[in-house]
Design a protein around this ligand. Structure first.
Ligand code: GRF
Length: 233
């Protein structure tokens, strides 16, 4: 499936690009995304934030930016396919140009990934393809790497495996704990994710046969670097 993935934001949708963001918890990436859209005045309309957790702190973040949000709890559905089907239907109703997972802590079914193939992205706290899955910072410390980071990638049915759009690298210090390393990576996530999203929605980056390609042309002003480096490096 990976090699057949293609996507470019359709121009006929009009000047405002439509974004749906899925969250489960804290919402610090959501806050960074909403803050950058506002600060840069990018023509991006976050049409809906959806959480699978009613207690997600990110819901208050969405509200503080005046963005509409809703909770879709898995508890009301018999199984994953039923939940994912309902979620897909709700999202499709918003006709998004891009669907962004920002700390959405659920595995998505192949049918869901297929429904949004090419226009579904995630941020993972490691330099993929290293350290997939949970506890990526502990995995990094355990392995003894000198560099760690985060990756924005397309979502495909295989976990943390889709085409890579953007990465940020941070150093790993001898005295690091999971917490100090996670904090250093998170600061870079907050830079990387808004830039990557605007890069796609502006038409600068397009997905061609399973690879993100730089067109060099953007509908929005500004630059959208894909590769970020921590200031200490
Ligand atoms: C981030 O570390 C992100 O990389 C991972 O989940 C975490 C979400 O944090 N996918 P937040 O809810 O955005 O603060």
């Amino acid at each position: 499936m990976r090699e057949t993935l293609n996507y470019r934001v359709p121009v006929e949708y009009g000047p405002m690009k439509r974004l749906v963001i899925l969250i489960s918890g804290r919402g610090s990436n959501l806050e960074a995304i909403l803050g950058r859209i506002r600060a840069q005045a990018w023509p991006i309309d976050v049409v809906q934030v959806i959480s699978n957790q009613s207690q997600a702190q990110g819901l208050a973040v969405a509200e503080s930016f005046g963005v509409a949000c809703q909770v879709l709890s898995p508890k009301s559905f018999p199984d994953r396919d039923a939940y994912d089907g309902a979620l897909a239907k709700i999202i499709q109703g918003f006709a998004p140009d891009l669907v962004v997972l920002a700390g959405f802590m659920r595995i998505l079914s192949p049918a869901f990934c297929q429904a949004f193939a090419g226009r579904l992205i995630n941020i993972h706290p490691s330099l993929l393809p290293a350290f997939k899955g949970l506890e990526s910072h502990a995995q990094a410390l355990e392995s003894g790497v000198g560099f760690h980071g985060c990756t924005v990638h397309s979502v495909t049915p295989e976990l943390d495996h889709g085409p890579i759009l953007a990465q940020a690298v941070v150093p790993v210090f001898a005295h690091d704990s999971v917490e100090t390393l996670a904090q250093r990576v998170l600061e870079m996530e907050h830079q990387l994710y808004p830039t990557a999203i605007a890069g796609i929605l502006s038409g600068r980056y397009v997905l061609e046969q399973g690879r993100w390609v730089d067109t060099g042309v953007s509908e929005f002003g500004g630059d959208f670097p894909r590769w970020h480096v921590h200031p200490s490096l």
